[in-house]
Write a protein that binds this ligand. Sequence first.
Ligand code: ADP
Length: 202
Amino acid sequence: MSMKGKLITLEGIDGSGKSTITARLNSNPDFSDFIFTREPTTGWIGEAVDRAIHSDTDNLAELLLFTADHAEHISKLILPALESGKNVISDRYSGSRYAYQAVTLEGRFPDPMEWIQGIHKGWTVVPDLTILFDIDPEIAVERCGNRGDKTKFEKIGFLESVRENYLRLAKQDPERFVVICTDKNIDDIESDVLDIILSFLR
Ligand code: ADP
């Protein structure tokens, strides 16, 4: 029997409820042995990503910063945790890159999503389970209305394309993805997520 931990990622557009659910899982005693993390990270490369997100940075440069942050995250946190047998939950991960940057890089490559996935091949760690928080962007943006740090990504038309990309990813890999509707109250979403994770680990 392998001692390796499992990597579980939460994906979905801004305002779909990922951070709220992550915080709840983090305070649930059943998850006290889990490592909680996120992308972009809080390290210096993650800070550089944050700068790119909040400025008029070239979209390819931005993708490469995100990808550098992902590499650092994997080597410094994800792999050591999994190898020591810990389960990891990441609020956003590679799926965010495939879904978001495939929109920002439209027109720059014939199939931006395939191109972005290509530069991850051979070194990224593919999650064992990805829960996709699916929601109508209008509702999600409405929820984020008061968010002070609105980013250039938080526009409805843009998020509609991101949502389509996420659904395309889920179709590519139906064994790994579980898609949940998050247009409902937070307690119900939490109970869906708990069921999915606990039954996956059983
Ligand atoms: P994400 O991390 O996916 O961007 P958040 O968890 O930060 O989303 O949620 C965005 C905003 O919507 C927050 O203000 C949060 O309190 C609110 N919110 C999250 N889930 C729900 C829900 N199920 N119903 C109503 N409001 C919600």
